[in-house]
Design a binder for this molecule. Sequence first.
Ligand code: PLP
Length: 296
Amino acid sequence: MSEPEVFLNGEWMPHSRARVSVDDRGFVFADAIYDVLKAYRGFPFALERHLDRLERSAAAVRLRLPVGRAELKRLVLELLERNGLGRKADRDAMIYIHITRGVAPRNHLFPAGVEPTFYLYARELPPWPEWMFSEGVKVITLPDRRWELCHIKTTGLLYNVLARQQAYEAGAWEAVLVRDGKVTEGSHTNLFAVVDGVLRTHPTGPHILPGITRSVTLEVAAALGIPVEERALDLDELRRAEEVFLTGTTIEVLPVREVDGRPVGQGRPGVVTRRLRQAFLESVAFRKAHPSPAGC
Ligand SMILES: Cc1ncc(COP(=O)(O)O)c(C=O)c1O
């Protein structure tokens, strides 16, 4: 396979030629934002919502986006085409958008007159092993020791990285974070649970990332008439939940079969989770069949 082509600061180039300075503020301070999308056989899913979130992240950290929205959409589609992941592709892809405050001698203050660093890449997203959806995954809970601005999609993800690694070393797929006794989200996913017949998830705000998959899942649940409450779960509610699942761009709706070594419900994906995963995938297929000019 030929080398992937990436976009860096206005130029297309092979991945191996892409270079950023050691003075880049993304490298020095994690002074950067990003977003990740999934393209279903060439159709970026929920592109407008991802770009809305990117714009909100940029505004929250006072970072200027290097291109306007129409140009960004065009670049995303060109990125897919250049990498054989566009409209004719028979493969799915993940698209990564990364913007830093640019290159300047180290100083906490914003640099003046500096262009942001702007990086885009796409790569094939092979299907996940089927057992993850038919059986569900294990999670562990950990204290949420992140900062108070978790709604901003910044590359400052060190605690998320530590938590995910700890989960992996404990034989689990995800770390579910708990702040002041309330379940917030996973290290790189949002969390839902069915408790006493009601689908619950943490409300948006500074303690979670407002996941795009989370928002679509809430809409799908409402359309199916599933009772939903955006209210944080206590840890003991998580432990006695009838069903638990995670949402995220690349895994969509992922059942959880075990929390901290204890089975969830019957220890296999429950009916609400299975219905929602199915309905989520149907909503992707519907949007693909009725796309807007830029995506589905
Ligand atoms: C901390 C966190 N929560 C939730 C999510 C899920 O968000 P989305 O559905 O937009 O992928 C992510 C995705 O990377 C994340 O990093």
